[in-house]
Design a binder for this molecule. Structure first.
Ligand SMILES: Cc1ncc(COP(=O)(O)O)c(C=O)c1O
Length: 394
């Protein structure tokens, strides 16, 4: 099997698995005052420190969660429920992940208004439009992806954060789930000298995207952020996320983060080469295939190659690739077995039919030339067969 869907989830790092097993074997609730509890607490707080170092923030700013979806929900719901009086608008760029879109939709039912920001043709949030929308009256909060998880386009997160810092009292959440481990990332550097409660105040990451176990994640929450919890109870983690903490998960996440961030620069070079070879090889074999996202390879996530295959339904291509031993994705939500047209591809100005004819290949730590060769060996045949099946009349 050749796994080219690392953006969905990537291999558990063996070191993280060992660390999880080692720590999970010890008894103790990190909130207990006895020796066993204090031992657990020490491991937990050391893990928080190591995560903070990997994320460029202070340990106290790391709120451990169950993953990206929970982090995004805590940020958006928490900021909305603590918003300044009279402010109701949420600034929402097109092409965000469903964790964001659906949370904002739920908040709209509570009275939130949505200010949409269109993407440019390569999938990037235009900084000018974002800044102009932030300056409008009544903005309660803003959110943005550091990098788009489907087409891989990297946003100018520093400029987005600076414009939020300049807009009086608008807090910004950044979704770094797709970017963490693939790009240099520092919460403190992005936050800069933003005033209390404004500018970048929250940043989401997920463990399973970097080789930690699924079920681990974090929301970085600035000390001065005003944010209401989703979970009420024992008051753990600054009262922002009550509940007994997952010490083994934290230890495994911290180790995976440390290793991934340490390897990030060299790994980006390695993945870019593989990714560019894959994209060029596909376009050689399927000349009508079009690479989406930023044509400048450094403007996309290092392991991301997202292609439009005109006339070939995504699900047919995915099926044929899967049968040939290649795991990829359409990069869009799939409910009850029916692939939705990608809202991200449509946000690039593409038609619904085009948005149903895309494949996202994503490479990661265990990817090799062998995986690229295997995909290149079957793509022309898969395309020929898939484009024979109609995508009309649906
Ligand atoms: C950009 C982005 N945000 C949020 C999420 C949700 O993260 P999780 O699957 O860890 O809940 C994902 C997952 O694919 C993502 O890519």
């Amino acid at each position: 099997m050749h796994y080219l869907d690392h953006a969905a989830t990537t291999d558990l790092r063996p070191e993280a698995a060992d660390e999880w097993l080692r720590v999970a074997g010890a008894t103790g609730n990190a909130s207990s005052t006895h020796g066993a509890g204090q031992r657990a607490r020490r491991i937990l707080e050391e893990s928080r420190e190591r995560l903070a170092a990997a994320l460029g923030c202070e340990p106290i700013e790391v709120v451990l969660t169950s993953g990206g979806t929970e982090s995004v929900n805590l940020a958006l719901q928490g900021l909305w429920r603590s918003r300044a009086e009279g402010r109701t608008e949420i600034l929402l760029p097109d092409g965000e992940h469903h964790a964001t879109l659906d949370t904002v939709a739920a908040l709209a039912a509570e009275g939130a208004g949505v200010v949409a920001i269109g993407l440019d043709a390569v999938g990037r949030i235009p900084v000018d439009a974002f800044a102009a929308a932030l300056a409008a009256e009544g903005v309660a909060l803003a959110t943005a992806l550091v990098a788009n998880n489907e087409v891989g386009t990297v946003n100018d997160a520093a400029a987005l954060a600076a414009s939020a810092a300049a807009a009086a009292s608008v807090p910004l959440h950044l979704d770094a789930v797709a970017a963490f481990g693939h790009l240099p990332l520092s919460f403190a550097a992005l936050r800069g000298e933003a005033p209390a409660g404004a500018g970048l105040v929250a940043l989401s990451v997920a463990g399973h995207k970097i080789g930690a176990p699924a079920g681990t994640g974090a929301l970085v929450v600035a000390r001065t952020a005003r944010i209401a919890p989703l979970l009420h109870g024992g008051g753990q983690q600054r009262g922002l996320r009550s509940g007994t903490q997952d010490v083994a998960g934290a230890a495994a996440f911290a180790l995976a983060a440390e290793l991934t961030v340490g390897e990030q620069v060299a790994e980006a070079v390695r993945l870019r080469r593989l990714r560019d070879r894959l994209a060029a090889g596909i376009q050689e074999r399927v000349p009508s295939a079009e690479l989406l996202g930023d044509p400048d390879p450094s403007g996309r996530l290092p392991g991301n190659a997202h292609l439009l295959f005109p006339g070939a339904p995504s699900e047919s291509l995915l099926f044929l690739l899967d049968v040939a031993g290649i795991s990829a994705s359409a990069g869009s939500a799939c409910q009850a077995g029916i692939a939705e047209p990608s809202h991200v591809v449509q946000a690039l100005g593409r038609t619904e039919t085009e948005a149903r004819s895309v494949i996202r290949f994503t490479l990661g730590r265990t990817s090799s030339d062998d995986d690229v060769d295997a995909a290149l060996a079957v793509i022309a045949d898969a395309y020929a067969r898939a484009s024979g099946s109609s995508i009309r009349g649906r």
